[in-house]
Design a binder for this molecule. Structure first.
Ligand code: FES
Ligand code: FES
Length: 188
């Protein structure tokens, strides 16, 4: 079947088999930032934006995308400049292995597009369909709060001054003998 959609800002027309899932079609066309995790609508690794809303692309057929606008993680940056959400995930170390990260960023992007000042509960609701097997949820929450703050034009809290977690990052990066040696050291 012929399908025409706006994909990451560009109009694309292509043939797609009626049974092909959107996640598989995207990945087959080079957009491998869209991850295949559970394939059962549980993990959120395959999350993309469909007309601005976060959806799980393992639950949709490509042919359903006719006349739609689809954005993947590859389309979030503008002109090579990462988005505030992407920047915040890097700044707050909102990832570990990174497998889940594109999905979280897409869900957070959808949230902040409609709610510039979400409460923690609202962030949790928006992200409840995304799972992180590295369990990095504390920093993910921080990342979304930071992105929201930046997008509201506020100056975010410096990352360097706060953190036990940053100390752990340093621990990993420097090969320090033990986590305990670092304690609650403020890393600057
Ligand atoms: S791969 Fe789609 S929700 Fe897990
Ligand atoms: S960072 Fe590894 S699964 Fe989330």
């Amino acid at each position: 079947m012929r399908v025409s959609l706006v994909l990451n800002g560009s109009t694309v027309t292509a043939d797609a088999d009626p049974h092909v899932l959107l996640v598989d079609w995207l990945r087959a066309n080079g957009l491998t930032g869209v991850r295949v995790g559970c394939e059962t609508s549980t993990c959120g690794a395959c999350t993309v934006l469909l007309d601005g809303s976060a959806v799980k692309s393992c639950t949709l057929l490509t042919v359903q995308m006719n006349d739609a606008s689809v954005t993947t993680i590859e389309g979030v940056a503008t002109g090579g400049v990462v988005s505030p959400v992407q920047e915040a995930f890097m700044a707050e170390h909102g990832l570990q292995c990174g497998f889940c990260t594109p999905g979280f960023i897409m869900s957070a992007t959808a949230l902040l597009a409609t709610d510039p000042e979400p409460s923690d509960e609202e962030i949790e609701v928006a992200l409840e369909g995304n799972l992180c097997r590295c369990t990095g949820y504390i920093n993910i929450m921080r990342a979304v709060r930071r992105a929201a703050s930046v997008m509201r034009g506020e100056t975010p809290e410096p990352v360097a001054g706060r953190s036990h977690e940053r100390a752990v990052v340093r621990h990993v990066a420097t090969g320090a003998a033990s986590h305990e040696e670092l304690g609650d050291t403020e890393v600057v």
